[in-house]
Design a protein around this ligand. Sequence first.
Ligand SMILES: C[S@@+](CC[C@H](N)C(=O)[O-])C[C@H]1O[C@@H](n2cnc3c(N)ncnc32)[C@H](O)[C@@H]1O
Length: 254
Amino acid sequence: MKQSYQNPSHSFDSMLELTTSMFMHIEHELFWQPYLPQLENLLDIGCGTAAYLSELHRRYPHIAFTGIESNDGLVALARKRTYNDIQLVHSRYEDYQPKQRYTAMLLRLVIQHIPNRLQLLSWIDRYLEPGGFVFIIDFADENFTGDILLPRFTALFHNLRASLYQHRTFLTMRDTIRLEYQQRDFALLDTHYYNIDAHNPVMKQHMLAYMHLVSAQYGNQAQRDLIVPELEAWSSNTDGSLALPMFGMVFQKQ
Ligand SMILES: C[S@@+](CC[C@H](N)C(=O)[O-])C[C@H]1O[C@@H](n2cnc3c(N)ncnc32)[C@H](O)[C@@H]1O
């Protein structure tokens, strides 16, 4: 992750925090409030910087959280953030053989990065307690339209997401996942569709931070040079908005 490129008015950490709270605000109500109080432990597969996991830990300190992440740079950032209160495993999930089973696993913005979803599902089945939960949260890519005031960011985001789709299919990702998990005897308990959107000035600042982070992480220098002024113009234009369409599914192992 390139920490040198930043929204001039925010540090990298504060942008990450704004971004996390933008998603957490609604996801807490949909997923964590209803399920987490009853859980003993949770494994976050592909936890990245562990910013999201740290926020879950802050809200639910009684739960033993573990994050697994394969990217060296992200693990280093995660270590700084988590101290000793969250167990971090620096590994690909494929190489991790936990000694215990988990009561819940989280795949947040990860499923599209996994080339072999069925191999992951077998791994989850092996290391999840019977009755355990799997939370899958991701972008509902087919509903993303971007914003007319953000042509360059919209193109970057769209291309980024499109590059993750390896096989064309007529099914949406959430239908594919549902069929794969149900076939493996996981019951679908909940599906939520929701938008993270910049509908008020506070959310707009959070969205701005998110767009800066995405551009920093995934744009090249030429793209960033064009996107930064576009974002600044968008933030001061009262017509500027943006919605990130999301889905989240909760499965229970039978
Ligand atoms: C878009 S990030 C999501 C980070 C985090 N879950 C969040 O919600 O912000 C996807 C992460 O999955 C990680 N990842 C991809 N394949 C992995 C694997 N096989 N084992 C562990 N982590 C993996 C990547 O390194 C990356 O950090």
